[in-house]
Design a protein around this ligand. Structure first.
Ligand code: NIG
Length: 411
């Protein structure tokens, strides 16, 4: 097995406070040794062991690769006109989803795979090393199984979102029976979790409960799209059902925030029952002109936070986690370290991939992700900047200059 030493790292964010200072576990003048797909050593550059190969970071900042825990990448078509209308004052409504459903059903497997490859490549160039993606633009048994299968060829984690909207022209009760019955049975072998869009215009409280209960009965983890377009029961139901995460969260009551924070009361350093991660999607909030999710308050009150891109053709057509981190700092009031942690380790916890031994959709057992510490998967990004602070200090700049995924250099 070849080893690689990356040294002269000006600032290393490890996300492990036993390795460095403060929330990010930061080290100055640091080095990292990679062996195979894992990190073998982390510490001061002056004490670094020798390795077969060497990369000189020349004082640049290194941090874990982004963990994008919420995307919708299996789709066809384009919704420029809808976006343009929204920027001219029209409100976003979940109905636009059916436009993409129609285009996706009409596309060939090869077209869907090619679009997915394009979007994954874009994300990787921007420093993303772990990607969750969802079905949800098929909404028939065949189209949902197809989306899950195609997603599983490239993503690290695949989620079944049959409960995205009721397809145009279908009876809501009959569709709910399908999504919680035969469609779930058919898609389950291809996914690790089930998601439901709990919102006016999508699925109400009773329907959301049925989706979450059917997922649990099938032995799958759950997530909820909640509190995106207005106040509602999404966050509360996610906590009640022990969902891995609830995502969006622009419209939260005090009780929702208390429930999200309270769900982590017994969880310390990965021990004790975990809670529900509050995942905020800053690019989506901007692109739909809803209030930014109260990330500052969620953290202050004790919730565990993730930041994700929500890349999809309707509400957030970007995979740039750097943009999301900059927005979280500049407009949501997070510190750099809080935002970077939420976009790396926070995403890993939201996906349940922060501990060793998880399996990707190809059945390959994987090391923990989200931190740069011995034993973790060697998912690293090097910035063309001396500090991660530049992510917000120089917003919008393509700062990621090198990426390693499971020890392999991508660019
Ligand atoms: O996360 N909330 C529902 N689903 C997507 C939107 C998908 C679309 O409009 O195509 C979201 O924003």
């Amino acid at each position: 097995m070849t080893s690689l030493l990356i040294d002269r790292i000006g600032e290393l964010t490890t996300n492990d406070d036993s390795l460095g200072e403060g929330l990010g576990g930061r080290l100055r003048d640091a080095a990292v040794v990679v062996e195979g797909s894992r990190i073998a050593w982390v510490g001061p550059a002056a004490q670094a062991p020798a390795a077969d190969e060497r990369v000189d970071a020349e004082g640049r900042a290194m941090l874990p690769g982004w963990v994008d825990s919420h995307t919708h990448l299996v789709f066809a078509g384009d919704r420029t006109a809808e976006f343009e209308a929204r920027m001219a004052g029209e409100a976003y409504a979940a109905g636009g989803i059916n436009v993409t459903v129609e285009a996706t059903r009409a596309a060939s497997d090869a077209e869907l795979s090619r679009n997915l490859t394009r979007l994954v490549a874009e994300a990787r160039r921007g420093g993303t090393t772990t990607i969750e993606t969802k079905t949800g633009y098929g909404l028939t048994i065949g189209d949902e199984v197809r989306a899950a299968r195609i997603a599983g060829e490239q993503a690290d984690s695949v989620t079944f979102l049959g409960a995205h909207v009721v397809p145009a022209g279908e009876d809501p009760e009959a569709y709910l029976d399908l999504v919680t019955g035969p469609m779930l049975d058919a898609v389950a072998p291809h996914v690790s979790a089930v998601d439901v869009f709990c919102e006016a215009g999508a699925f109400d409280e009773a329907a959301t409960r049925r989706v979450l209960e059917s997922a649990r009965a099938a032995g799958l983890a759950t997530r909820v799209h909640g509190n995106q377009l207005g106040h509602g029961p999404g966050a509360r139901l996610a906590v009640e059902h022990g969902s891995l995460s609830v995502d969006h969260l622009g419209f939260l009551e005090d009780a929702d925030i208390a429930a999200l924070a309270g769900s982590w009361a017994e969880w310390r350093d990965g021990a004790g029952p975990r809670g529900t991660v509050a995942t905020v999607l800053p690019a989506c909030d901007l692109s739909t002109r809803v209030p930014l999710a109260p990330a500052r308050r969620l953290l202050d009150d004790g919730a565990v936070l993730a930041i994700a891109s929500n890349c999809n053709p309707g509400t957030s057509y970007t995979s740039s986690m750097g943009f999301c981190v900059a927005t979280a700092v500049l407009q949501m009031g997070l510190t750099i370290q809080e935002a970077v942690r939420a976009a790396t380790l926070g995403g890993a916890i939201a996906l349940g991939l922060h501990q060793d031994g998880w399996r990707n959709p190809r059945g390959e057992t994987q090391p923990a992700i989200g931190a740069i510490r011995p034993g973790a998967r060697a998912d690293l990004q090097l910035l063309d900047a001396p500090s991660a602070t530049h992510l917000a200090y120089r917003p919008g700049m393509p700062l990621t200059t090198a990426v390693w995924h499971a020890g392999k250099r991508l660019h």
